[in-house]
Ligand binder design. Structure first.
Ligand code: COA
Length: 258
């Protein structure tokens, strides 16, 4: 089963492996890719043969986040936008999701991990949430989930400065379940997926929903509010300068904005 060339999907032993596969653009996510990812998660929830979703990328890049050219040319406009469909699908997924992260996980590449149930990272993986540096604001409920996970000050450092951090740091902060040697990553994630797939499915789904239940209402409200702020920021002069400078491979100049 292939959802598209850029999002590969393969069902084996109750595990739906979904691979982000656009290595020449560091797995940057286009609207079509978000749609395919949302479809895969929806299919997992509808098909009882799928016990676990295993989400992965390429060796040198999990995903570099939203495609920046898409941000400029096809910005999301409302709740039906593919990126918002994907965020809704991963936030509400009933099927357990395991992520195997190798290489860079940037922007939504890091924030989507906050919605996964088990996250394994290669020792060489790196993480970054450069929303502020792009003149944007964080999304995917991360302004709620990050402080809950690690406290206000640590979350502020990662979100306000937008610096890259290591797999070891991500594990210390609770974003990652365990760090493993690069060559063991897929084997480890797959063996955990097989174990989870062999557990009684109804008990697994119930426990996942109970673990998330306390946060559901606040998470929905935060995600919706972040989205409205994010959409406003996308058309701000700061974001236009940041996104354009990435495309032109130059340093952005924010000095002319208040
Ligand atoms: N959107 C669109 N294109 C992207 C991209 C993105 N998010 N990330 C990388 N690419 C493209 C580059 O433009 C380049 O394309 P080109 O070969 O046609 O010029 C190609 O992918 C390789 O990227 P490059 O920057 O040369 O690779 P790198 O190994 O030096 O760095 C990253 C990898 C991920 C650290 C870096 O590409 C990066 O920071 N990307 C932007 C991440 C980002 O800000 N995402 C949005 C978060 S909201």
């Amino acid at each position: 089963m292939s959802l598209s060339e850029l999002i590969l999907a393969d069902l084996q032993d109750g595990i739906l492996t979904v691979k982000i596969n656009r290595p020449e653009k560091k797995n940057a996510l286009t609207t079509a890719m978000y749609s395919a990812l949302a479809d895969a998660l929806q299919r997992a929830d509808e098909d009882p043969a799928i016990r676990v979703v295993l989400l992965t990328g390429c060796d040198d890049c999990f995903t570099s986040g939203n495609d920046i050219a898409d941000f400029i040319n096809f910005p999301p406009t409302g709740p039906d936008s593919p990126v918002l469909r994907f965020l809704n699908a991963i936030t509400c997924a009933a099927t357990p999701i395991i992520a195997a992260v190798s290489g860079s996980a940037v922007g939504v590449g890091t924030t989507l991990l906050l919605h996964c149930d088990l996250v394994y990272a290669a020792d060489t993986a790196s993480f970054q949430m450069p929303f502020v540096s792009l003149g944007l604001c964080p999304e995917a409920g991360s302004t709620l989930l990050m402080p809950q996970l690690m406290g206000h000050q640590r979350a502020s450092e990662l979100l306000l400065l937008g610096e890259s951090f290591s797999a070891l740091r991500a594990e210390q902060l609770g974003i990652v379940t365990a760090v493993v040697p690069q060559q063991m990553l897929l084997q480890t994630a797959r063996s955990k997926a097989l174990k989870l797939a062999a557990q009684p499915a109804a008990a697994v789904r119930l426990t996942k929903s109970l673990l998330k239940r306390g946060n559901t209402g606040q998470l929905r409200e935060t995600t919706m509010f972040e989205i409205s702020c994010f959409l406003e920021r996308l058309s701000s002069p700061e974001a236009k300068e940041a996104l354009q400078s990435f495309m032109e491979r130059r340093t952005p100049d924010f000095s002319k904005f208040d």
